[in-house]
Design a protein around this ligand. Structure first.
Ligand code: IMP
Ligand code: MG
Length: 192
C-alpha cells in the first residue's frame, strides 16, 4: 500500500508512527463498503454489532454509510496488551439483544490472529442468528491463525502495528482521524 506523502509523525511511549492511511481514503472505502452492505442486506434489517473499544469510529461511519433500516449494538472484548495479542479473548461487556433470526454484521477495527473474531462468531452462532457477516476495517491476512474470511474488508495490510481511527497503543491514539504505522526504525521495540 502507498504511504501518503505527508511528514506528520506521531509519538507514543517514545515510539514513532508514520502516516499510513489518510482519513479521506478511509472515508471513501467506508462509503464503498456501506453501499455493498446496502445491496447485500436488501429485505433485512441488519443488526450491527460493534466490537468495542477499537471499532467505534468505523462502526459509527459505516452505519451512516448504509442506506437501509439498521440497528446497532455494542459488545466489549479485550485481547491486546501493548503491541501484542495475549492470545486470550476476554469478554468485558456482552450482548443483551435477542439475535435469533437476525442478520448480524460484526464490526471490527482489525483482524490480526483472528482469535477475537472466531470467538465472537462462535458465541453468536449459539444464539441462532439467520446469518453472520463480518466487516473489518483492516485485515492482517498474513497473521491469521484461523480459517475465517471477513465479508467486508476496508484494507488488507501487512503484519505491522497500526494506530489511529479507533486503534490504540495502551488506550492512546484512538482519536486520530488518520491511521498510522509503527516506524521501521522502532520495529525491534515491538512486543518488548
Ligand atoms: P486478534 O484477536 O488477534 O485478531 O486481534 C484483534 C484485536 O487486537 C483487534 O480488535 C485490536 O483491538 C487488536 N489489534 C490487533 N492488531 C492491532 C494493531 O496493529 N494495532 C492496535 N490494535 C491491534
Ligand atoms: Mg478491537
Amino acid at each position: 500500500m502507498d504511504t501518503p506523502n505527508c511528514t506528520k509523525l506521531k509519538t507514543y511511549q517514545g515510539l514513532t508512527f508514520e502516516p499510513y492511511i489518510e482519513s479521506d481514503k478511509i472515508k471513501e472505502r467506508v462509503a464503498e463498503i456501506g453501499a455493498q452492505i446496502t445491496r447485500d442486506c436488501e429485505g433485512t434489517v441488519p443488526l450491527f454489532v460493534c466490537v468495542l473499544n477499537g471499532a467505534f469510529p468505523f462502526a459509527s461511519d459505516l452505519i451512516r454509510a448504509v442506506d437501509c433500516d439498521a440497528e446497532i449494538t455494542f459488545i466489549r472484548l479485550k485481547s491486546y496488551e501493548g503491541m501484542g495479542s495475549t492470545g486470550k479473548v476476554k469478554e468485558v461487556m456482552g450482548l443483551t439483544e435477542n439475535i435469533e433470526g437476525r442478520t448480524i454484521i460484526l464490526v471490527e477495527d482489525i483482524i490480526d490472529t483472528g482469535n477475537t473474531i472466531v470467538k465472537l462468531i462462535d458465541d453468536m452462532k449459539a444464539h441462532n442468528p439467520a446469518r453472520i457477516k463480518v466487516a473489518t476495517l483492516l485485515f492482517k491476512e498474513d497473521a491469521l491463525q484461523h480459517k475465517v474470511e471477513p465479508d467486508y474488508v476496508g484494507f488488507n495490510i501487512p503484519t505491522k502495528f497500526i494506530i489511529g481511527y479507533g486503534l490504540d497503543l495502551d488506550g492512546m491514539a484512538r482519536n486520530l482521524p488518520d491511521i498510522y504505522v509503527l516506524s521501521e526504525k522502532d520495529k525491534d521495540k515491538e512486543n518488548v
